[in-house]
Design a protein around this ligand. Structure first.
Ligand code: HEM
Length: 229
């Protein structure tokens, strides 16, 4: 028996060609908005297309697509690492403030000793874990390492912060512990601890910016020299 559509002279192939689906509804064109503008159904469609493109050009774009489960697992590690890093920064800020504002030299001394003894290693571990998992996510997803500005900026920030922990924070920690011990023992040691305010302030600001970048994914793609020609 002839269907209504066949009676009207329509076949699904012809309809698709004309921009209608098999039921006579207008097919909406797939929009290819960039990921940075908004995240909705159109984005997930364009994300899938991008993933396919990335998979077919793996070597060119240095992307090794991860399976969905692996990506989720690495993303969890990434978020937990940077979350831990932010938490450690908050702890460092609290210890610095306790050292400054407490009236009790015992508490001041304890705060500086804790700061000098416990801050650097966990902070560096979290920072390196965030960097490593971020790099894995960059290589393993369509975002790449240097394809999107928001990823490249986060990469630069993460590397700079790791270097600052090693070069600017770590070397002074032995003196801070000594200063704390002397304070707790009732002495009046001389050390300029005012600069201890900067590590947590700078790091927390940078990590907040990095989190905003990760969520908002602004600025779109980095145009390569090839694309500009
Ligand atoms: C500086 C510290 C960093 C912070 C605070 C941070 C934060 C975050 C957060 C909160 C997300 C989840 C966003 C979402 O799912 O909507 C995320 C995802 C991501 N991050 Fe980071 N990140 C940092 C460093 C890095 C680095 C160094 C890289 C790579 C070089 C990187 C690459 C990525 C990528 C590619 C994703 C998306 C993963 C996906 O959705 O599949 N991140 N980041």
């Amino acid at each position: 028996m002839q269907t209504y559509r066949e009676a009207c002279g329509a076949s699904s192939a012809v309809e698709r060609e004309l921009g209608y689906d098999g039921w006579g509804r207008r097919l909406r064109p797939i929009r290819t908005r960039t990921y940075s503008r908004s995240r909705g159904a159109a984005d997930s469609r364009s994300a899938k297309i991008d993933d396919l493109v990335a998979m077919t050009t793996t070597i060119n774009r240095k992307i090794i697509p991860m399976g969905s489960r692996t990506r989720k697992a690495v993303l969890v590690v990434h978020i937990v690492s940077v979350g831990a890093w932010i938490g450690i920064d908050v702890m460092v800020g609290v210890l610095v403030l306790a050292g400054w504002f407490s009236d009790d030299p015992g508490i001041q001394g304890l705060a500086y000793q804790a700061l000098g003894t416990f801050a650097v290693v966990p902070m560096l571990t979290a920072a390196v874990a965030g960097l490593a998992s971020g790099i894995l996510l960059g290589f393993g997803t369509r975002f790449g390492l240097l394809r999107y500005w928001w990823v490249a900026v986060k990469l630069a920030m993460n590397v700079v912060l790791c270097v600052l922990i090693l070069v600017a924070l770590r070397p002074g920690m032995a003196d801070v512990v000594e200063y704390g011990r002397s304070l707790a023992a009732g002495a009046e040691p001389q050390l300029d601890v005012s600069t201890l305010f900067f590590p947590p302030a700078v790091s927390l600001t940078a990590l907040t910016v990095a989190t905003v970048l990760a969520v908002a994914k602004p600025w779109g793609r980095i145009r390569s020299a090839d694309a500009r020609k």
